[in-house]
Design a protein around this ligand. Structure first.
Ligand SMILES: [Zn+2]
Length: 391
């Protein structure tokens, strides 16, 4: 049997599309006849990129705080001055619907222009019933405004809001009893996420949220082991999570648990880079255990203000030891798996959605190689040319 060529690349290839769906992908000589053809000039075609972890919607930004940190101001001092995640919570609560849409739409248009056709967008900067629901509505709305599929995730358990500092368990009650029921009833989220960390929520608190999510039939995912090994990977695996994300401090037992559960590891090289972290996630152990690995931008104002999926690929290669081929798989088919969408996207094959990007490159490695470039020639979403509005 012939070996699969690198990247599964087919020279002189053709795609045949019927409506939103691919009906043929392979050598041009074998393609079916079509009513209408389009010559892409011999350019590279890949599946549309999939960004499976973002915090795209937020008020304000944290550039000043970043500048202060570079000038040597300590994190504790910045937090005392009202900086950090709670600064974004304040700005997000204060911003009206339209202002939040506008700023998120700019970021989303940039991601679309870099070949992204499906994205996950989390809430988590409202931390009250009204603003969490507003963020999720905006996520759904963005998917209507731009040629991209947006999959909203409810991340009420992102941080303990200032009103509940003295009683975090009461905030978990609010998430379970006041936020989740209307969100589930209105189908505002496709999944539920939480931040498992000493500075955020304990495994016991998250178990309550995940149990409630399961009652509503919502899949879960988890920010796990980013700053310490809190048993996050094991917790995610116990609930059959779609993905466990970050994983810098995940133990050998955590890796084994993910493998058994079939949970996808989502690594976030943009945050690793931006925070100048020293401890990479256990990529070799994850690969050895055959845990599928996806990459995301983690686009957020505090730790990864990243709107280039191609830079995320580069960081994964230069900082985390991915090959360019592994990186591209991680932002296409494995990213689809991380969102539970492997059945209809992430590869170019018959039966999948006709979501693809056309690139001005000679070889696929160039996608991860050219720092800051955007070689994207065109994007097709569900069989139609996508024209994201660039502002
Ligand atoms: Zn995140």
């Amino acid at each position: 049997m012939a070996e699969t060529p690198p990247y599964g690349l087919v020279d002189d290839a053709a795609l045949a599309i019927d409506g939103e769906t691919i009906v043929f992908a392979g050598p041009r000589a074998q393609a079916p006849t079509a009513d209408r053809t389009l010559d892409l000039g011999g350019r590279l075609v890949t599946p549309g990129l999939i960004d499976p972890h973002t915090h795209l919607i937020y008020g304000g930004n944290r550039a000043l705080e970043w500048e202060q940190r570079l000038l040597g101001v300590g994190y504790a001092e910045i937090a005392r001055a009202g900086g950090g995640i709670l600064a974004t919570v304040r700005a997000t609560r204060a911003a009206g619907y339209e202002r939040l849409v506008e700023s998120a739409q700019l970021r989303l248009a940039t991601l679309c222009a870099h070949g992204v056709t499906t994205i996950e967008v989390k809430s988590g900067y409202g931390l009250d019933v009204e603003t969490e629901i507003r963020m999720l509505r905006i996520a759904r709305d963005l998917g209507e405004r731009l040629p991209i599929d947006v999959h909203p995730t409810f991340l009420g358990a992102h941080a303990v809001p200032p009103e509940f500092t003295a009683d975090p368990d009461a905030y978990v009650d609010l998430v379970c009893d006041e936020m989740l029921p209307p969100i589930a009833a209105e189908k505002l989220a496709d999944a539920v996420d939480a931040f498992c960390e000493t500075i955020a929520f304990t495994p016991a608190q998250i178990e309550r949220i995940f149990t409630r999510a399961a009652e509503f039939g919502l899949p879960v995912k988890l920010h796990a082991d980013q700053l310490s090994d809190g048993g996050g990977a094991e917790l995610a695996a116990r609930f059959g999570a779609l993905s466990a994300d970050h994983l810098e401090y995940t133990s050998t037992a955590g890796v084994a648990a993910l493998a058994r559960a079939g949970t996808v590891a989502v690594v976030l090289p943009g945050a690793y880079y931006f925070l100048r972290e020293q401890r990479p996630p256990p990529i070799a152990a994850l690969r050895a255990a055959k845990v599928p690995i996806a990459i995301a931008t983690d686009c957020n104002p505090g730790t990864a203000p990243l709107v280039s999926p191609l830079l995320a690929l580069n960081f994964a290669c230069t900082l985390l030891g991915f090959s360019p081929e592994q990186a591209l798989r991680a932002m296409t088919c494995e990213a689809a798996r991380a969102l539970g969408l492997r059945h209809d996207r992430g590869t170019l094959e018959p039966g999948k959605l006709a979501d693809f990007a056309v690139w001005n490159v000679e070889q696929p490695a160039e996608l991860a190689y050219a720092l800051g470039a955007n070689p994207c020639h065109a994007v097709y979403k569900r069989g139609r040319r996508a024209e994201p509005t660039q502002h």
